[in-house]
Design a protein around this ligand. Structure first.
Ligand code: CAA
Length: 379
């Protein structure tokens, strides 16, 4: 067993760290406050290869491994979880699925601009009445011969407005249950497709989360991913990888908060010495560091298995379940270490605490991760 990173992986991590410090940190508080999407920064992330990290270079991607992706996601998320969820969805829910299951034409037309960061993608599964219970899709894709007629509403869609390419899951044949579901590639601007209201959220406020409405949208048959009825399997397989991205985001939120708490504890004095010299604070730091290391190992293990082309669904669910809990626990403690300063925006930890919560909800709640894990255990 080897716990060492390769030179390339270290270089990717360092590049992401440098980018986050120089390009994302300035303005992150204001973007959170104004709910402003980091459009300029995402564009630069595309230029640096962070938006299609694992995609084959022949489709404009970085050709990197999943371990590098975890490392980059952690660094970006330490500073700006709104930018990192955009990166995660584009990389692992949209690019990965298109590369693995798309046709050559779909890859040329859609994957290339997504992998290079020229365009942003969105993954549209959740609905007003179908979140965890993902087979209960109300959105319909009626088979009309050479095209599908798409009707319905999607909710809480990350990159909802900033995206221009959308992977939309919809029911074609209700009698077939999950085997009657398809995934269609929808372009912004198609007649009948409207981007709905922007959500006013607790955290990741810089990320643009919208509802989407589809009314008689004509989607050509060649925009279906995989065989007829493959849509649900497509969504589940894609989410297996997506959960590595969100687990790494949670890890980054936790380690960002921990680094701030560690630095602050050395500066802030109470009772005549830095608070880092008090055991109450030392124990908090020890717990945070231990939990973060455990979460990182789970993320890297899931990534490693994926890179080795082995089953990784259970490990990615474990990584997400655990890292998201660590993100909550560590950010709450980081605010506590900061005392009153932790409760004000200037010190960043209150934002990280707000950002942490969503990692226990999206791409499968913690309860769903437990279903996924226990089903694997009981197979
Ligand atoms: N990987 C691959 N295939 C899977 C799978 C997985 N993890 N989970 C299920 N499947 C397959 C099953 O094998 C089954 O296929 P067969 O019938 O051929 O055997 C099929 O899918 C149906 O599976 P189930 O009968 O187990 O389906 P279910 O109704 O019991 O649901 C579930 C299973 C795990 C609860 C699933 O519905 C689920 O994961 N729900 C959560 C959905 C989710 O994560 N939503 C997040 C929205 S996306 C998002 O948040 C993105 C964003 O913008 C940030």
């Amino acid at each position: 067993m080897n716990f060492e990173l390769t030179e390339e992986q270290i270089a990717v991590r360092d590049a992401a760290r440098e980018f986050a410090q120089t390009e994302l940190l300035p303005g992150v508080i204001e973007r959170d406050d104004k709910q402003e999407f980091p459009a300029e920064q995402i564009k630069k992330m595309g230029e640096l290869g962070f938006m299609g990290m694992m995609v084959d270079p022949k489709y404009g991607g970085g050709g990197m491994d999943t371990v590098s992706y975890v490392l980059a996601m952690e660094e970006i998320s330490k500073i700006d979880a709104s930018a990192s969820v955009c990166m995660s969805v584009n990389n692992s829910l949209v690019c990965w699925g298109l590369e693995k299951f798309g046709t050559e034409e779909q890859k040329e037309k859609y994957l290339k601009p997504l992998a290079s960061g020229e365009k942003i993608g969105a993954f549209c599964l959740s609905e007003p009445e179908a979140g965890s219970d993902a087979t209960s899709q109300k959105t319909t894709a009626e088979d009309k011969g050479d095209h599908y007629l798409l009707n319905g509403t999607k909710n809480w869609i990350t990159n909802g407005n900033s995206a221009s390419i959308y992977l939309v899951i919809a029911q074609t044949d209700r009698e077939k249950g999950h085997k009657g579901i398809n995934c269609l590639i929808v372009e912004k601007g198609m007649d009948g497709f409207v981007v709905g209201k922007k959500e006013d959220k607790l955290g990741i406020r810089g990320s643009d989360t919208h509802s989407l409405m589809f009314t008689d949208v004509k989607v050509p048959k060649e925009n279906r991913i995989g065989e007829d009825g493959f849509g649900f399997k497509f969504a589940m397989s894609t989410l297996n990888g997506g959960r590595i991205g969100i687990a790494s985001q949670a890890l980054g939120i936790a380690s960002g908060a921990y680094e701030l708490a560690l630095a602050y504890s050395k500066e802030r004095k109470a009772f005549g010495k830095p608070i880092s010299q008090h055991q109450a604070i030392q124990f908090k730091l020890a717990d945070m560091a231990t939990e973060i290391d455990a979460a990182r190992l789970l993320c890297l293990q899931a990534a490693y298995l994926k890179d080795q082309k082995k089953d990784f669904g259970k490990q990615s669910a474990m990584a997400k379940l655990y890292a998201s809990k660590v993100a909550m626990d560590v950010t709450v403690e980081a605010v506590q270490v900061h005392g009153g300063y932790g409760y004000v925006k200037e010190y960043h930890v209150e934002r990280l605490m707000r950002d942490a919560k969503i990692t226990q909800i999206y791409e499968g709640t913690s309860e769903i991760q437990k279903i996924v894990i226990s089903r694997e255990l009981l197979k």
